[in-house]
Design a protein around this ligand. Structure first.
Ligand code: AMP
Length: 227
């Protein structure tokens, strides 16, 4: 199977982080999430964190050149044959800069996975979303965890609400998505790379759709030992 070089697209809380982790673990691919990098930098109080806080805290996108520089560094340090980018690109400018960057490296994208979730579902998901302060994984209250005060089921860290999950910032993030990121669906569709996934479903059903869209389901069935 050829290595996957993937971008994950979708509105806030569409499951990019969760599905990205599952794909990375199942197929041994390095993954990066710009949102997670920026949150870590902000917690550490680094110059990058301080500079980008003024955008992220308002639900606005950080400037393209900051994101692309961070992705270029990450690709140099981590990407071998394949990779997953969670949450980048988010603008047409980032998408074209990424194309040029990957072209130069001789590693063009193989697929753009679009997690399609209706807006009403997003509001509900964000209201019930808790994130681990230590490992960054997210969990849904009343489903994966029962209490707001529960420890992270993955690493035992403290669960909390993301600062930018409050209704005002979410509204801003949704409008940034509609205006700047949604046009990427068309951009990747025109290049024959778009894989549209109906993501308003259970985590494992969404993952199965992604696997099938990437041609993994059959390959894995064939690879499984016969009884
Ligand atoms: P996320 O964790 O993907 O929801 O990202 C959290 C926040 O980080 C976003 O609301 C943006 O402010 C910022 N961010 C993450 N990725 C990007 C990107 N590719 N371009 C611009 N801003 C980004």
């Amino acid at each position: 199977m050829k290595p996957h070089r993937l971008v994950l697209l979708g509105p806030p809380a569409s499951g990019k982080g969760t599905q990205g982790q599952l794909m990375a673990e199942a197929w041994h691919l390095p993954i990066t999430s710009t949102g997670e990098i920026l949150r870590r930098e902000s917690t550490l109080g680094t110059p990058l964190g301080l500079e980008t806080d003024r955008y992220t805290s308002l639900g606005q996108l950080v400037p393209d050149e900051v994101v692309i520089a961070s992705i270029a560094d990450w690709l140099d340090a981590n990407a071998d044959a394949g990779f997953i980018l969670d949450g980048t690109p988010r603008t047409l400018g980032q998408a074209t800069a990424l194309d040029a960057l990957l072209e130069k490296r001789g590693t063009p994208l193989t697929d753009a996975i679009f997690l399609d979730v209706p807006p009403a579902v997003i509001e509900d998901r964000v209201r019930l979303r808790l994130m681990c302060a230590r490992c960054g994984r997210t969990f849904r209250l009343g489903w994966q965890v029962q209490e707001k005060t529960a420890a992270c089921p993955q690493c035992g860290g403290t669960l909390e609400r993301r600062k930018d999950d409050d209704p005002t910032t979410l509204a801003e993030r949704m409008s940034a998505y509609a205006e700047k990121t949604a046009p990427l669906v068309q951009f990747y569709d025109a290049r024959g790379l778009l894989r549209r996934i109906a993501a308003d479903q259970a985590v494992e059903k969404v993952f199965a759709q992604i696997a099938a869209a990437l041609g993994r389901a059959e390959a894995e069935k064939e690879a499984a030992p016969r009884p």
